[in-house]
Ligand binder design. Structure first.
Ligand code: URA
Length: 307
């Protein structure tokens, strides 16, 4: 077996294992054979790639604010009774299936099909060489991880050195802070959310992703979101916010209110690396998480917020 094929099989096995574990946690104890066929068959030599989006020109600033409709309870799983009412931005209407406009994304992917579909996508990502520099300098791709039935998905910028080393998103210092924000702050086990990045390969020296790299890679994230179809998104930092909301507004103007990405209610907050550099911003980030928690019907755990 070639080294590349070996790598690919390792990625497949890892993503499949994570996905099966999360399905198990969600109470799924069997998967139809038809779903498994998607990964049991031979891996095509050339990926069926998502059409790369044209490299974005500088986006015209536009107001990303959304309407002020009443909060709607999450559709698929019953949430706990809502916490006592506090003044917070109200939630936009729920996701309408038709907002996933692209062919192939309109259908809700059955839970049992999500793990195999993600595994196939992860294998495709692991072979991607569209960004020649990133493909030549990365140790491995970092696809994303978490529950395939996650209600909440976090999206960061791109893998750093620790992520490149391990193949997992947010495992370095900023990852430890994100894990605390999710676990200690929101009271959700990290394994119950899904975490991904705009780029799946580390930019050398952790530089900001180039527009062309974003255009090359964004189709993979779009497919991840369409497969998992979380009820809420949390965009971490300026890159994720500006790319997905197509805005040039500064982060300070985007946080603290609801947006929508493909119909999914979306909150923007500071990237954990920015919080490590500016701990005073943690108060604002905590407010952003509380907006999310209120909409999700989650009560904060006893400990007030991550330090
Ligand atoms: N920063 C990111 O944006 N993503 C990671 O996975 C790690 C650090």
């Amino acid at each position: 077996m070639t080294e590349a094929a070996d790598d690919e099989r390792r990625v497949l096995a890892r993503v499949l294992r994570q996905s099966l574990e999360s399905l198990g946690r969600a109470g799924v104890d069997r998967i139809p054979i038809a779903s498994l066929g998607a990964i049991a068959g031979p891996i095509p030599a050339r990926p069926a790639s998502p059409a790369p989006r044209p490299a974005p020109a500088a986006p015209a600033p536009r107001s990303p604010e959304v309407g002020n409709t009443l909060p709607t309870p999450p559709p698929s799983r019953p949430a706990e009774p809502p916490p006592p009412r506090v003044e917070r931005p109200t939630l936009p209407p729920p996701v309408a299936a038709s907002l996933f406009g692209e062919p192939g994304l309109a259908e809700v992917v059955p839970e049992t099909d999500r793990a195999p579909q993600l595994a196939v996508l992860a294998a495709e990502v692991s072979r991607c060489t569209r960004c020649a520099e990133l493909a030549a300098t990365r140790k491995q791709t970092v696809f994303g991880e978490g529950s395939v039935t996650a209600r909440l998905m976090f999206i960061g910028e791109a893998p750093g050195a620790d992520e490149d080393e391990t193949g997992r998103p947010f495992v370095g210092r900023s990852g430890a802070l994100l894990t605390d924000m999710i676990g200690k702050g929101m009271g959700i086990p990290r394994a119950e959310v899904y975490i991904a990045n705009i780029l799946k390969s580390r930019p050398p020296g952790n530089r900001t992703p180039e527009p062309e790299e974003v255009a090359n890679c964004i189709g993979y994230l779009e497919r991840q979101v369409a497969i998992i179809r979380p009820q809420f998104l949390c965009l971490l930092g300026k890159t994720a916010a500006s790319v997905l909301l197509e805005t040039a507004l500064p982060l300070g103007k985007l946080r603290g209110k609801w947006h929508r990405y493909r119909g999914i209610p979306t909150i923007v907050t500071y990237h954990p690396s920015a919080l490590l550099r500016n701990p005073a911003w943690k108060k604002d980030a905590w407010e952003d998480l509380q907006i999310l928690m209120q909409a999700m019907g989650i009560k904060p755990p006893d400990r007030k917020r991550p330090g």
